[in-house]
Design a protein around this ligand. Structure first.
Ligand code: FES
Length: 319
């Protein structure tokens, strides 16, 4: 872990604040690739993931931008409470949302705070003269973050803005934004769950192969309470010959593993970050995460024990 302190905080848009983080020991923070995020260990002991989006003036420092979510579980409120000079710990950058190196064209779609990973991708692609376009939608102009950076000369020709409360002709038309299905074109989407599902579903229906769709969720999509009420107990086995433990309806796999002295690293605890991904040797997981791709889910050989359960009576875990 790296100890940092807040060296700048800035209101980027209605409800969105950015925080510049600088290493306490003065050393430059590790380099990262566009799309990368860090774990932020908050004063209230929550760990949350935030995409990195520093500008050119922030070399060796990190910038994160956070939307204050009225329905959050305490993560965004704790970040918004941070003041200049406050110290906290962060993890090294990780990237589950990398740009495809061989792409001939990239289509980036950001909804609201989903601009954060796509902002660094945008600046990276523009600097390389790549063929790409960014569609950035927000509920209103007041909620649009980083407009100044997106109006820079090198970036602006690639950017289309869409406002929910704007004129009909500027609304995002998905089929037009995606264009014809072509090999070599890759689609990247980040934003609220509903927006992402709309984009991904539309792209699949238009025939885009899964391998050309890339997404990063910020939070687990809301799950209906009546679905949770249907949760039943199931069993987990530790390795092919190991002990068998019951996971009751009201507990998750991580809790049961911890109770038996088995530690699986966790971070977000809501199926977003991928930290806890565990191999499954036998059985059918009931995937509840937003991290695994459709292909990975269908393979049934791994799952996220922080939130996922089982369709089969027994899951044999590679632990
Ligand atoms: S801890 Fe983040 S996906 Fe399980």
């Amino acid at each position: 872990m790296i100890e940092v302190f807040v060296t700048q905080r800035h209101s980027e848009a209605e409800g969105i604040c950015s925080f510049e983080l600088t290493a306490v020991d003065g050393s430059p923070l590790p380099p990262y690739e566009p799309g990368a995020h860090i774990d932020v260990h908050l004063p209230n002991r929550l760990i949350r993931q935030y995409s990195l989006c520093p500008g050119s003036e922030q070399v060796g420092r990190y910038l994160i931008a956070v939307l204050l979510e009225p329905t959050s579980r305490g993560g965004s409120a704790a970040v918004h409470a941070l003041q200049i000079g406050d110290r906290l710990h962060i993890g090294a950058p990780r990237n589950h949302f990398p740009l495809e190196t061989g792409a001939l064209r990239s289509v980036l779609l950001a909804g609201g705070i989903g601009i954060t990973p796509l902002l660094s991708m945008t600046e990276h692609l523009a600097a390389r003269g790549a063929d790409f376009v960014l569609h950035y939608g927000a509920r209103s102009a007041a909620r649009m973050a980083f407009e100044e950076r997106l109006h820079q000369e090198s970036v602006a020709p690639h950017v289309h803005f869409h406002l929910d409360d704007g004129a009909p002709e500027q609304k995002l038309v998905l089929a037009e934004a995606l264009g014809a299905v072509t090999p070599g074109t890759h689609i990247y989407v980040c934003g609220p769950g509903g927006f992402m599902d709309w984009v991904l579903q539309g792209a699949r229906e238009a025939g885009w192969p899964e391998a050309q769709l890339h997404r990063e969720y910020f939070a687990a999509p809301a799950r209906a309470q009546d679905l949770d009420a249907e949760d039943g107990a199931f069993q987990i086995q530790i390795g092919r010959d190991g002990a068998i433990h019951t996971v009751p309806a009201e507990r998750n796999v991580i809790e049961v593993l911890n109770e038996h002295g088995i530690e699986v690293p966790v971070s977000c605890e809501q199926g977003v970050c991928g930290t806890c991904v565990t191999r499954v040797l036998k059985g059918q997981p009931d995937h509840r995460d937003s991290y695994l791709t459709e292909q990975e889910r269908a393979a049934n050989d791994c799952f996220t024990p922080c939130c996922s359960r089982a369709h089969s009576q027994l899951l044999v875990l590679d632990l």
